[in-house]
Structures are given as structure tokens and as C-alpha cells.
Design a protein around this ligand. Structure first.
Ligand SMILES: CCC(=O)SCCNC(=O)CCNC(=O)[C@H](O)C(C)(C)COP(=O)(O)OP(=O)(O)OC[C@H]1O[C@@H](n2cnc3c(N)ncnc32)[C@H](O)[C@@H]1OP(=O)(O)O
Length: 250
């Protein structure tokens, strides 16, 4: 892969955006490579959690302005937005837990990518901004909608309408990130903790969360819970865990 590095550590797939000379800006090639690797991650029974991060001092500086500024008309730019929009949808509907480790700048489309993940961890160097409005446009990959969904109207609009760039402390105040960490290992530990559970139970919870996001009714989602809980009841993990508890308390 030319624009991303991909490494599997136990049951976690780590995708590192790797265009340091452009502060990890997303270009067409990166979109293709992300699409391919995410397809594989979705299918693989060996991968439970996916982490996105960037090389050096940046998570991602957003869309590649050099490449995309050549797209002048609405008809030219729309396919680019749709292409990356599909990658964002792929992440959002991956059916497995996803984490963004924001290790530096996440600007414009870079912030949209980070918002596509279930969790965001940050370093003390993290800076996030929906700066599209400063360039006279809006978010265009779905990240504005994700920000509104995750932060609520007031907080999200305050970022989208001002184009402000938040530092690490402000990112935490806005509750955009779960935690600031001092090293990537802490993010891996969180992933390992998730991965200690069965893929089926992780997928069931992700499906439940997506059901709430997509406006499934309570009764529809409750049916999903009854289905997943009763299916997992028959699993070896459940049998063993309850046996252990009962033995311990004899
Ligand atoms: C899809 C729509 C969108 O995403 S709109 C948002 C687009 N993104 C931006 O406007 C952010 C542009 N970049 C920056 O503000 C800065 O580069 C940030 C990320 C703050 C890093 O600053 P700093 O560490 O000082 O690096 P620098 O500006 O000297 O950049 C180094 C080289 O990287 C390049 N670069 C940076 N960002 C992009 C980008 N988004 N697209 C294309 N190239 C980018 C710079 O041009 C610079 O290149 P060079 O070394 O001068 O040849």
C-alpha cells in the first residue's frame, strides 16, 4: 500500500495514514486503499477492532487540496465527495468497533474521518477542526452529520459554523474524545479489552447502536436484543463463565 500502512496486532487492525509530506491528506489513492482494506477487515474473523491513526505529527489534514483544487465544477467535485462518502459509510457500517487515535491535526475531512469512528482517543498534540467553512464550503463526506449526531445541535453547530480548531483540552471539554492518552499502547489496551469478548457479542452491540442511530423503534431494537442474547446464551463462552461463577460460590 502506498498511502496507508496496515498492521495487525493480535485481533486489532491498525490503519496508519501515511502521506507525511502532505500531513496525511486524503487523496484518491488513499480512498481506494482504505476501501480495500476495510472490505477485508469486515470479512475477517481474525479482526475484531480497527484503529485509525496517522504518521508523524498529523492524523489527517483533510482532503488533498492540491489534487482536489483541480476539480472546479460541481459535476467534477461530486464524484470525489461520493467516493470518500462511501469510505465513511463503510466505516460507520463496518459492524465492528472502530477507534480513531488523533495524534495531531485532524482538520476538515480529517475531522470527518475521526468522527466516523465509534471512539476517539487523543494525544496532547491533538487539534481538531471542521475548518471547511473557512474555505467557503461545508463538510462533504458525511462528517457534519456525524458531528451533529454525536455532539448534539448546539455543540456541533458551534464548531461547524465557526470553523474553530480545538486543542486537546477543548476536544475533551466538547466530549468529542473519550480520553487523552500518553501513548498509543493505551489505545491498544482498550482495544484488547474489547477484543477479549466474542466477535458475535461485539457485533450484536454495534448493531444495536446502529439501530438507535438509524431510528429503529424501541420494540424493533428490543427484538434484536432478545435475539442476540438468546443466541449467545448457547455459546461456549456463556456456559463456561456461568459454570465458573457457580463453582466459585459453592
Ligand atoms: C475535503 C475538504 C477538506 O478536507 S477541507 C480542509 C482541507 N485541509 C486544510 O485546509 C488543512 C491544510 N493544512 C494545514 O492547515 C497545515 O498543513 C497543517 C495540517 C495545520 C500542518 O501545518 P504544518 O505542520 O505547519 O505543515 P505545512 O502547512 O507546512 O504543510 C506541510 C506540507 O503539507 C502540505 N499539506 C498540508 N495539508 C495539506 C492538504 N490538506 N492537502 C494537500 N497538501 C497539504 C503543505 O502544502 C506542505 O507542502 P510543502 O511542503 O509546502 O510542499
Amino acid at each position: 500500500m502506498k498511502t496507508i500502512q496496515v498492521e495487525q496486532k493480535k485481533e486489532t487492525l491498525i490503519i496508519v495514514l501515511n502521506r507525511p509530506e502532505f500531513r496525511n491528506a486524503v487523496n484518491f489513492e488513499m480512498m481506494d486503499e482504505l476501501r480495500k482494506v476495510l472490505d477485508q477487515a469486515k470479512q475477517s474473523s481474525q479482526i475484531k477492532t480497527i484503529i485509525f491513526t496517522g504518521v508523524e505529527r498529523s492524523f489527517s489534514s483533510g482532503g488533498d487540496l492540491g489534487q482536489f483544487h483541480q476539480l472546479k465544477s460541481k459535476d467534477e467535485v461530486k464524484p470525489m465527495l461520493e467516493k470518500m462518502g462511501k469510505v465513511i459509510t463503510q466505516i460507520v457500517n463496518l459492524g465492528k468497533p472502530t477507534i480513531a487515535y488523533v495524534n495531531g491535526y485532524a482538520l476538515g475531512g480529517g475531522a470527518e474521518l475521526a468522527m466516523a469512528c465509534d471512539f476517539r482517543f487523543i494525544s496532547n498534540q491533538a487539534k481538531m477542526g471542521f475548518i471547511q467553512i473557512n474555505l467557503g464550503v461545508t463538510s462533504g463526506w458525511g462528517g457534519g452529520t456525524l458531528l451533529l449526531e454525536k455532539l448534539g445541535r448546539t455543540k456541533a453547530l458551534s464548531l461547524l459554523l465557526t470553523g474553530d480548531i480545538l486543542n486537546n483540552e477543548q476536544i475533551l471539554q466538547y466530549e468529542i474524545a473519550l480520553k487523552e492518552v500518553s501513548s498509543f499502547d493505551e489505545v491498544l489496551l482498550f482495544a484488547d479489552k474489547i477484543n477479549s469478548h466474542s466477535l458475535e457479542s461485539l457485533q450484536a452491540y454495534i448493531d444495536l447502536a446502529n439501530g438507535v442511530r438509524d431510528g429503529r423503534t424501541f420494540v424493533e431494537n428490543q427484538k434484536k436484543e432478545i435475539e442476540s442474547c438468546s443466541t449467545l446464551w448457547e455459546s461456549v463462552e456463556h456456559e463456561r463463565a456461568v459454570d465458573e461463577f457457580l463453582q466459585k460460590n459453592k
